[in-house]
Structure formats: C-alpha cells, structure tokens
Design a protein around this ligand. Structure first.
Ligand code: HEM
Length: 484
C-alpha cells in the first residue's frame, strides 16, 4: 500500500501543485488533509513527505541507514557541480561520503568546537560585526552575511577578508556565489532532477551557475604555506596530516570538504542571525528579558569595573539565551524542508510500503510548528525549552524536536555544533551591545522565502545600548587591528 497522497495528473503527477517557493506550506496543507505521511509524484519520481517528529525520527533516525542516500540531483549535482561536495554525495557505504564526514567531525565536531582557537575566530568576527553595526546599522543584513563568510573563510582556508582589503583573489565573491547557487539549485521540483527526458530542457538555466572554482582558495593556502605565513585551517591541517605527500584525490576531497563547509554553513547561519533581528524588533519584552539575564550574569561573573563581552564559554550559564537561540531555529527554520533522503531498500511503515528509490522529505517546518509539541506555534516563546528552575529541559520533547532543524540520521548537519555556537554567540553579543526596535514605529512583516529560508529584507532601528558599550567595542576592534 502506498501512503495516502495528493491526487495528481497522469504522467506528470503532482508537479503543477508544487509552487516555486514556500513548498512547505503546500505540504503542510497536505498534512492537515492526509496525515503526517503524504506521498506524491513528480513525473517518474515517487516522493514521501514526513510531517511529524515521530514519523521523521522513526524513519530517518532510527532506520537511518535505510534512508541515508540523496536523490540524484541533476541540477544541484551535475549542472551546478555540488555532487562533488557532501550535501549531494551518495551516502554510506560510499567511501568518499565517509571520508567527508570524518573530515567534518575532526575539524568542526563537538570536541573541535570546544577548542579555544576555533572559538577565538568566532569571537573576533562577532566583535567586528558589532563594530560594523555601530557604523552602518541599516546595512545589518549585509554585515551578518560578510561576518559569517569571514568565519567560514578563516576556518576553511585561513583567509581573513579584513586583512585582504579589496579581496584581491575574490574569495569572498566565490563563497557568496557558491552560497547563492547551492540554495537555488537545491529547491525541490527542478524538473531536470526528475525528468526522464533530456536533462536540461526544463531547467531554468539562468540559475544553473557553475560550481565554485575551488582551486583558487586551495592554491592560496598552498602559497601561504610555502611562504610560511599560512594560518591554521581545514585545508592546512589536512595538508599537515599528509606531510606534503598529498595525492590528486586528496586534493579533490579536501577541496570538496572546504566548499561544503561554506555552502552548507553560510546562508543557514545568516538566515538565523537575520531572524534574530526580526524577532527582537517584534518582541521587545523578550529582548529586555534576555538583556537583563545577560547583564545580571556578566556583572556577577566579574568585578563591576571590568565590563566584558559575552563568550561561547558562557553558554552553559545562560540558559535563557540558549532557549532564545532554539526559538530562533524553530520559529522560522532556515532549512524548512531539510535536504531530501532516498530509501535504499523497500521498507514497511504503519502498514504502508515505501519503495526503494522513494525520495523522502522531512517537512521540518511542519514539525516545528506542530501545535501538540509547540502550543501557539507562531508565538515566539523561549520559555518552551526551560524547566521550572529555568534550566534547559534537555530531554523534553520540545528540545528534542527543535534539534530536527539540523536534519536526521546519517545525514544530520555536520556543522550543527559550529552553527549553534555561532548563533548563540551572535545573539549574546547583539543583546549585550545593541537595542533593536521598529523603524519609524512600523512593525515589519514576518515574511520568509527561499529554499534556505531568509526573512525578506526589512528595516529596524539598531542602536548601542550605552556609550560605554560602544566604546568597549571600538577598543576591542582597535586591539584586534593592532595584533593582526
Ligand atoms: C543554523 C544553521 C544551520 C542549519 C539550520 C542547518 C541545517 C541543515 C539541515 C536541515 C541539513 C540536512 C540534513 C539532512 O539531510 O537530514 C544540513 C546539512 C548540511 N549542513 Fe547544515 N545547517 C546549519 C549550519 C551549517 C554549518 C555552519 C555548516 C558547516 C560549517 C553546515 C554544513 C552542512 C553540510 C555539509 C550538510 C550536508 C550533510 C550531508 O549531506 O551529509 N551546516 N544542514
């Protein structure tokens, strides 16, 4: 038995019912009509949408090995070139996939993300971000983008855009083009992904950008190493491991890993930071509560005279801010449909047959808006994740469910530790230093779009909380410039 599904047309199936944007809303309507397992077809391809925490975790986590492949994404893979990277590579037992996951684990796994050198990069870039927000607050969306790109470029290649004025080798541009291309090419319903006919005939070719020219950043690291000026990075660590004996395959895989780092990490993190500004504009009471929690903690953790900025290591002491971060990830998730998984064998679930080759989507948006788990889901309420003592309720359904923002099973986001630390730190820094309020007393609309879903550009007022805080940031940036 096939799971219940939306009725489609002969041959083309449900293709015309899937909009170009916000597919999660249509799929959520199907959930209300048919339940949390909905099947649909696009041309020859069988698809299944999972819209509850139970169904998604049972199939994609518990039986994860059966659902660890990706569909053959002609658009994202062959045309745009992402099949070399992690997101679209075939799953286990493919040795390339295992090696890519190993590299991510070594470099940005939980232990690596606890290390001081990695956190220092994140903290320095957050301070520079605050400085830019003080200068040109209305350009906040451009600043969150540049700042996130800077962290990822420093981690992947040891390339610091602020020390390379005018970006002489265009690395920032390469990264940003790559991010745009990944997001566009990943959208479901690219007909070339499912069409049995000529591959590119139905593709919107203007979006089919070429893959990032990964050789340029790689050559940059090699040259810096020869000069003895290279900084520790994903690539340099790998080359160190190989003691100068790297093969062409080694180069190919480390390049792919580095490109996956910024293609996966940049837009998603930026979307979360922009969501923070939107939420704080709309919910001033949450902003004030978070600020007073932070002030109390920072004041009590040091003598009053030594004002200091928050750091990642403060995270365990600031449960309300951690809860706020979770609520940002839930309220409007930055990857509402995750990435598609594929069934590698026939499977049975609740009496239905899921055929080998079925493309399985988790509607993360539906899971995170489920009224049974998150009552009044459109409300922004960090308290959802706290126990009676104000600590994070780690094994509560809410905390477990919000983690699905990072996906499932063998394909779960390998950047989640880095991402959580980045978003936590940015939020803590913004709340410490800035007041966010509506622009000319007009509340922005909550309007998101894109496969990596961003708030539509909006205006808000961003001001320093006090002249002393502004001075503290200016001083810290000055010190950073001097030590560079
Ligand atoms: C708020 C930030 C982020 C969110 C919400 C997010 C979410 C996701 C989701 C939902 C997936 C698909 C998982 C699945 O298939 O089940 C994914 C995959 C991935 N993410 Fe993230 N991500 C974030 C940040 C990052 C960062 C910072 C990096 C790297 C530095 C990263 C790298 C990747 C990669 C490489 C994949 C593909 C994994 C695979 O196919 O095996 N992500 N992410």
């Amino acid at each position: 038995r096939r799971p219940p599904g939306a009725r489609g047309l002969p041959l083309i199936g449900n293709a015309f019912q899937i909009p170009k944007d916000k597919q999660w809303l249509v799929w959520d309507k199907w959930r209300r009509k048919h339940g949390d397992l909905v099947s649909f077809r696009i041309l020859g391809s069988e698809n299944l949408v999972l819209s509850s925490y139970e169904a998604a975790t049972e199939l994609l986590d518990t039986r994860g090995l059966l659902y660890s492949d990706r569909p053959q994404a002609t658009m994202a893979g062959e045309l745009v070139g992402w099949n070399r990277g992690m997101g679209y590579s075939p799953g286990p037992p493919n040795p390339r996939f295992r090696e890519l996951r190993r590299l991510f684990h070594t470099f940005i796994g939980p232990r690596a993300c606890d290390a001081k050198d990695l956190q220092t990069v994140q903290e320095e870039e957050s301070i520079k971000l605050l400085d830019k927000l003080l200068d040109t607050p209305h350009e906040f969306m451009a600043h969150t983008r540049d700042s996130t790109a800077a962290v990822l470029l420093r981690l992947a290649y040891g390339y610091d855009p602020s020390q390379n004025r005018n970006d002489p080798i265009s690395l920032v541009k390469i990264v940003q083009d790559a991010m745009d291309g990944f997001s566009l090419a990943s959208e479901p319903g690219w007909w070339c992904d499912t069409s049995p006919g000529p591959r590119s005939c139905l593709c919107q070719t203007d979006a089919a950008r070429p893959g990032a020219p990964v050789q340029i950043p790689f050559d940059y690291v090699k040259q810096e190493r020869l000069k003895g000026t290279s900084k520790r990075s994903f690539i340099s660590t790998f080359l160190d491991e190989r003691h100068g004996e790297e093969t062409t395959e080694d180069e190919d895989i480390i390049n792919a890993a580095a490109a996956s780092l910024y293609s996966g990490g940049a837009e998603t993190t930026v979307a979360s930071l922009d969501s923070h500004f939107l939420a704080m504009t709309l919910f001033p009471h949450i902003q004030h509560k978070a600020q007073s929690t932070l002030d109390t903690y920072l004041l009590h953790s040091l003598p009053r005279t030594n004002q200091r900025l928050p750091t990642i290591s403060d995270r365990p002491h600031l449960p309300y801010l951690e809860a706020l971060m979770y609520e940002i990830l839930r309220w409007n998730p930055s990857v509402p449909l995750g990435l598609p998984h594929v069934a590698t064998q026939d499977d049975e679930y609740r009496g239905y047959t899921i055929q080998k080759g079925t493309v399985v989507w988790a509607n993360i948006w539906s899971i995170l808006q489920d009224e049974d788990v998150f009552p009044d889901p459109t409300e922004f309420r960090p308290e959802r994740y706290l126990d009676q003592d104000g600590r994070i309720a780690k094994s509560s359904k809410q905390v477990l469910a919000v983690k699905t923002a990072f996906g499932f099973g063998r394909r779960v986001c390998p950047g989640l530790y880095l991402a959580e630390n980045s978003v936590f730190l940015a939020i803590a820094m913004f709340l410490f230093a800035l007041d966010v309020s509506p622009h000319e007393d007009r509340l922005p609309e909550v309007e998101y779009n894109g496969f990596i879903s961003h708030p539509r550009p909006f205006k808000c007022k961003i001001r320093p909380r006090s002249p002393e805080v502004a001075q503290l940031i200016r001083d810290r940036v000055q010190t950073l410039k001097q030590t560079d």
